[in-house]
Every structure is written in structure tokens, then in C-alpha cells.
Design a protein around this ligand. Structure first.
Ligand code: PGA
Length: 254
């Protein structure tokens, strides 16, 4: 089956509302013209509504960077899935920065994934191993546990995206090689197939993330198992992000 490539820009905790608006205005036109690849921008929560207004009528989609698993109530400071449901289409869940800095566990991430699917949002579930786990040969164990727990009690995974982001490659300028990322993503797809169904594994899009830029995107997009990228730093540079999306659309066309 052919999977539509997806490039998502994770802005992390960058940009004021005004900066976000300026950035989206710069990128929206050129991104809108690029066909054959799904484009998702994930600005901070506070910029989702103004971004939505700018992107009205455009094929550029929005994602949030986090969510809470409860629907509503006394959870000061949290944002629920129904609050996001009419603002965006995707939600990044379980990013390694949240796992490491905020202490999110696989169980919490599983609750979040289930909560967003319930309201029709699409999760971009992030998984990945640390440098130490990689060196000690524990990568497959770690990734397997993350997928197993994070997708527990999920009976309807349609639209789910997985982002494989080796933690040692995030924001370091030291990406995985295309070949290694392809092998690991092949392992992840095989694991999803055994855990759920071969059809689901065939349909689920699996992205690579970690120091993706306009120079190395082709190395990833030319790999058969890699369906796109979750881009951090380079997604804040309009020319770089547009170039990444353009190259992604061209690479999967051939
Ligand atoms: P990076 O971040 O592209 O800056 O390495 C990727 C991510 O954290 O999603």
C-alpha cells in the first residue's frame, strides 16, 4: 500500500504569538503549493487559533505539541482533547523532551493517545532510545516496550502516526544514517504487525526525527520504510522547512 508522506514541524517552546503569525504567513503560500505530501505545523498552544485563521482554505494542517488525557475538570493549566479537536488535526504525544524533563511515562502516554483518538484527533506518537540504551544494545527492547504500552487498549488506530526519534539525535546535529533509521523503522513496523495486524502495520505512517534538515532529508525520504519526518530546529527556518517539504514530495514521487 502506498502511504502519503508526512512532514511535521515541531516548533517546541519557541515563538511568541506575533512571531508565530509572521512565520506561518511566510511559509503558508509556498507550502500550500507543494503536492503529494501532508504538511503539518505544530506551534505552541497559544498560537493554534491565530494559525488556524491564517491557514483557512490552505492544505497546510496544524498539530498541537501535547495534550492532557481528561476531557475537562479541575486540572489547572492542562489542555484537553475536545479543546483541540476543532483547532487542529494532529497531536504530538510522548515527545522525548516530555518523557525526560516532565517525567511522562508510557502509561500516561497511552492514556493521552486513547483520549485524542476518542475525539477524532490523530496522534503522532514519539518513541526512541537514549544513547546509552543504544550502546548497550537495548534499542529493540526499549522501542518494543514503548509501542506495546503506548498502544495498549487501542482498537482503532486509523490515522495514527509513529515518530521514531532516537534521543541522541534530537537537537544535536548528529542524525541517524538513512540506512539505520530505515532498519529501525522496519523493526517498528514488524512489531506493530505482530502486536496489532499486518494491515495496520502497512497503513501506519512511521516518521524519522532527530536533526533532520534540508541537506539530509533526501537520505531519509529515499528509504522504503520511512514515510516522512518530524522536524524540530529546521522547521523554524522558513526556507529550510519549505525545502524539506519540497524534497519530500519529489522523493516519493519517483
Ligand atoms: P530536531 O528535533 O530536528 O531539532 O533534532 C526533532 C524533534 O525533537 O522532534
Amino acid at each position: 500500500m502506498s502511504r502519503m508522506p508526512l512532514i511535521a514541524g515541531n516548533w517546541k517552546m519557541n515563538t511568541t504569538v506575533k512571531e508565530a503569525v509572521d512565520l506561518i504567513k511566510k511559509m503558508a503560500g509556498p507550502l500550500n503549493k507543494i503536492q503529494g505530501v501532508e504538511k503539518v505545523i505544530c506551534p505552541p498552544f497559544v498560537s493554534l487559533a491565530p494559525a488556524q485563521a491564517i491557514l483557512k482554505g490552505s492544505n497546510v494542517k496544524l498539530g498541537a505539541q501535547n495534550v492532557f488525557y481528561e476531557e475537562k475538570g479541575a486540572y489547572t493549566g492542562e489542555i484537553s482533547p475536545p479543546m483541540l479537536a476543532d483547532l487542529c488535526e494532529y497531536v504530538i504525544i510522548g515527545h522525548s523532551e516530555r518523557r525526560q524533563i516532565i517525567g511522562e511515562t508510557n502509561d500516561v502516554i497511552n492514556r493521552k493517545v486513547r483520549a485524542v483518538i476518542n475525539v477524532g484527533l490523530k496522534p503522532i506518537l514519539c518513541i526512541g532510545e537514549t544513547a546509552k540504551e543504544n550502546e548497550e544494545g537495548k534499542m529493540q527492547d526499549v522501542l518494543g516496550r514503548q509501542i506495546f504500552t503506548c498502544s495498549d487498549k487501542l482498537y482503532f488506530l486509523s490515522g495514527m502516526v509513529i515518530a521514531y526519534e532516537p534521543i541522541w539525535a534530537i537537537g544535536t546535529g548528529k542524525s541517524a544514517t538513512g540506512d539505520d533509521a530505515n532498519k529501525t523503522i522496519g523493526f517498528i513496523r514488524g512489531f506493530v504487525s505482530r502486536l496489532h495486524t499486518p494491515d495496520l502495520a502497512d497503513a501506519v505512517r512511521i516518521l524519522y526525527g532527530g536533526s533532520v534538515n534540508a541537506t539530509n532529508i533526501n537520505e531519509f525520504m529515499s528509504q522504503p520504510e520511512i514515510d516522512g519526518a518530524l522536524v524540530g530546529g529546521a522547521s523554524l527556518q522558513p526556507e529550510d522547512f519549505i525545502s524539506i517539504v519540497k524534497q519530500a514530495s519529489e522523493s516519493k514521487r519517483s
